[in-house]
Design a protein around this ligand. Structure first.
Ligand code: ATP
Ligand code: MG
Length: 333
């Protein structure tokens, strides 16, 4: 059995892209792997977070894992800062990764924008901490959305370099990304060329998992489309990013292939399709949102899941960190 590690940042506004690209797959993989699902609070603070909100958002993400069907008794659900071994290994990886590798990361370039002088050093080092999140458990597989592919490649490069630098070819595994489903990259509802994101200032750009039926309906009604009727081939759809995005969302929520959805709505009006999409989205997301709301009213329970998860995670991480420290040549107590 392989071991999975995946994380979600408690940066607020958990959305449909997070669900279809990552969280839904967490539950689907849990019978075939040993799974660790992490709320990565240390990644979140690479951009300033209000402390009281950060705590609430951490519970929100943990609630989403549970509401999506992850079993917190069988699998390990925890928050990153409760397992200090992540940050400890990250320092070593800061010394393994090269400036040039980090400079090529598109997420950094996008998030830093033009004002590179004023972003945190943590934002630049983010992928080294992410590599540590994964490799502190020697995880073999990482379910993520398409946008994290480049960071996963960097994780592999770090593992390979560490293994070479310390002449231990099999020390860290070469981790495989698991990117699957009909919506591995959900786009903004306002702009089909931009990723749906927690940090997009427009709430109309995304469907949040905690949105009620009215909000979902309104956002889908307002979603950007082009003036033509629905595409009639997959090829036609792929040339029209806004239409393609909505079709991908429908396919993922319905657990169908996208070409079947294209065939079903070919040549129809968008208004008709949007009504069907709204119904489907409300049916699939409503119960998850409701369960999240219920869990968020019970922070004691959620905190218990996180504490218990962190204990079990540390039991795996501590001996691996010890082995890493010895390999590097650090004296041990
Ligand atoms: P932020 O804007 O704060 O970076 P985010 O929406 O990118 O937030 P993350 O916490 O960085 O969310 O990512 C959590 C998981 O969700 C990752 O596996 C990521 O690949 C996936 N993910 C994020 N956005 C999308 C998307 N639009 N479509 C599919 N998967 C996504
Ligand atoms: Mg992100």
């Amino acid at each position: 059995k392989g071991r999975i590690l995946s994380g979600v940042q408690p940066t607020g506004n958990l959305h449909l892209g997070n669900y279809l690209g990552a969280i839904r797959n967490f539950a689907r993989l849990q019978n075939d792997y040993e799974c660790l699902y992490c709320v990565v609070d240390q990644h979140a603070i690479t951009v300033w977070q209000d402390p009281a909100q950060l705590a609430a958002q951490t519970r929100e993400i943990a609630s989403a894992f549970l509401a999506a069907g992850v079993d917190g008794n069988k699998q390990i659900i925890f928050n990153q800062s409760m397992v200090p071994e992540h940050a400890q290994l990250a320092w070593i990886f800061n010394c393994v990764a090269r400036m040039g590798w980090m400079s090529r990361m598109t997420q950094f370039k996008e998030k830093a924008g033009k004002d590179r002088e004023n972003v945190s050093l943590g934002l630049f080092a983010y992928p080294a901490l992410m590599a540590a999140d994964i490799l502190i458990y020697k995880a073999t597989h990482v379910p993520v959305g398409e946008d994290q592919k480049q960071h996963l490649e960097l994780t592999r490069d770090i593992a390979i370099k560490f293994n070479n630098d310390f002449s231990q070819p099999d020390f860290f595994p070469i981790t495989e990304p698991l990117i699957f489903g009909a919506a591995t990259r959900v786009m903004s509802l306002r702009d089909g060329t931009k990723k749906m994101s927690k940090s997009d200032p427009s709430d109309y750009s995304r469907i949040n998992l905690t949105d009620d039926a009215d909000a979902i309906a309104q956002k889908i009604r307002r979603a950007k489309t082009d003036p033509l009727p629905m595409p009639d081939t997959l090829e036609d759809a792929e040339k029209r990013p806004d239409a393609d995005n909505l079709l991908g969302i429908y396919a993922a929520l319905a657990d169908q292939e996208k070409d079947a959805v294209v065939a079903q709505f070919a040549g129809r009006q968008f208004s008709e399709f949007k009504t069907a999409l709204t119904e489907l989205a409300v049916a699939k997301l409503g119960p998850i949102g409701a369960e999240m709301q219920r869990l968020m009213k019970d922070p004691g329970h959620v905190d218990g899941v996180l504490r218990n998860g962190a204990q079990r995670a540390r039991a795996i991480a501590a001996p691996i960190l010890d082995e890493v420290y010895r390999t590097v040549g650090f004296l041990r107590p």
